[in-house]
Design a protein around this ligand. Structure first.
Ligand code: TRH
Length: 379
């Protein structure tokens, strides 16, 4: 892995189209802030076509602003009527093949610019062969395929330098945890029970076809009480009631920083898509991941490839497969097994070890800057 730093501060244009859900802007916003915080970066312009969706994960975003500055990032509203495009910066990152405006891309050339298509995250083996490949463009510039990933032959995963230290601190900081729960509207008696260890917190963020009714089936019968926190728009089929030992509570949308903190304090994180997969990994707690559903069950290959990167106990792997196959009975059986003390202990150990192992790899923002330096040096 080349860890060369950029000798001259570089300015970056990062382009993001919100296609569906919050994953695209979720990844771009984290990446933008991480790059903008680096001493090697002079200016970071983030171009986003949908500021309303953006505001759902960062409440301070003003959806009527043409240009705004937040967390060191210049946010530009990229809408179809926009005509005043500036000259592109020397480093252009196009997220998920979103096709930046032609007014800017026609100015890109191989001598003055490095242009990257940042692709989706996958653990499938073909990714390693495609990472970093150039694709010559009509105007003479090369566009490079850049893949995040789970092995050093890829661009790595988004991870702020101090993330795991902040996680560890929050896991010990009951006052901060209490303030967060109050902000989410959790009743004082439940906060008390959580802090006393009489209740455990779990978090549920899934797609509509997940077999969510397996959760009350199992969690209602546990010895320990569970508070299941569920974002408002998710898992509508799950009743917001006390059922046996389970209490389900809807929570409002939170900023990404708080989203992370939620995961850090959960005994089980049920997550989906790409960005929350990565955040649940860094939480180092047992997790259940549901990939975004794709045609011809391609998401199951994606899931299997990811399972193969770790060392999860067999019932946990079975739980993943059942959860992503909308198999309620299979998910309930597997979850019961997973929560048996011996399996749960292995699951917890593996979650922690997996986050530590992946944290040894270069993070995505660092890999992007190294790649820029390598390409820029060669010309
Ligand atoms: O929203 P997603 O389902 O995104 C998906 C995937 O990215 C998928 O690959 C893509 O193809 C598809 O959309 C169209 O799940 P993901 O990736 O976890 O993104 C959710 C983001 O929203 C993540 O950054 C966390 C953030 N978030 C908050 O910040 N606050 C919240 O309250 C919630 C619920 C989410």
């Amino acid at each position: 892995m080349n860890t060369a730093t950029v000798s001259q501060p570089v300015s970056i244009d990062l382009f993001c189209r919100v296609i569906d859900n919050l994953g695209d802007i979720g990844v771009c916003w984290r990446l933008a802030r991480q790059l903008a915080a680096r001493p090697e970066v002079a200016q970071l312009r983030l171009w986003v076509d949908d500021l309303h969706s953006f505001a759902r994960i960062q409440a301070e975003v003003q959806s009527d602003q043409h240009t705004q500055l937040l967390h060191g990032v210049t946010i530009e509203h990229w809408h179809p009527e926009r005509l005043d495009y500036p000259a592109p910066h020397s480093f252009v990152i196009e997220a998920f093949a979103c096709e930046p405006p032609e007014a800017m891309t026609r100015q890109l050339n191989a001598d003055g610019h490095v242009w990257i298509n940042l692709d989706y995250l996958s653990a499938e083996p073909w990714v390693q062969g495609c990472h970093g490949l150039p694709s010559p463009q009509a105007g003479g510039a090369n566009k490079y395929f850049f893949f995040p990933g789970f092995v050093p032959q890829t661009g790595g995963l988004l991870r702020e330098t101090d993330l795991l230290a902040r996680r560890d601190a929050f896991q010990q900081d009951d006052a901060a945890y209490q303030a967060m729960l109050q902000g989410l509207g959790v009743a004082q008696e439940h906060i008390h029970a959580l802090l006393q260890g009489e209740m455990q917190q779990m978090f549920l963020f899934c797609y509509p076809d997940a077999p969510v009714l397996a959760l009350p089936q199992v969690l209602a019968t546990l010895e320990q009480k569970t508070l299941l926190l569920v974002p408002e728009s998710v898992a509508q089929r799950i009743p917001e009631l006390a059922q046996g030992q389970l209490l389900v509570q809807r929570i409002p949308a939170v900023n990404q920083a708080e989203f992370d903190a939620l995961l850090w304090r959960s005994a089980l994180n049920i997550v989906r898509g790409e960005d929350s997969l990565v955040r649940a990994i860094w939480a180092g707690q047992p997790m259940l991941w549901q990939p975004y559903v794709q045609e011809e069950q391609a998401h199951l290959d994606k899931l299997q490839a990811w399972l193969d990167t770790g060392n999860l106990p067999e019932p946990v792997q079975a739980l993943h497969l059942a959860w992503s196959s909308a198999d309620q009975a299979g998910a309930a059986t597997a979850l019961n097994l997973c929560l048996e003390p011996q399996v749960l202990h292995l699951w917890q150990q593996e979650a922690r070890a997996y986050s530590e192992k992946l944290a040894e790899q270069a993070d995505l923002a660092s890999s992007l800057l190294s790649f820029y330096t390598q390409v820029a040096r060669k010309r």
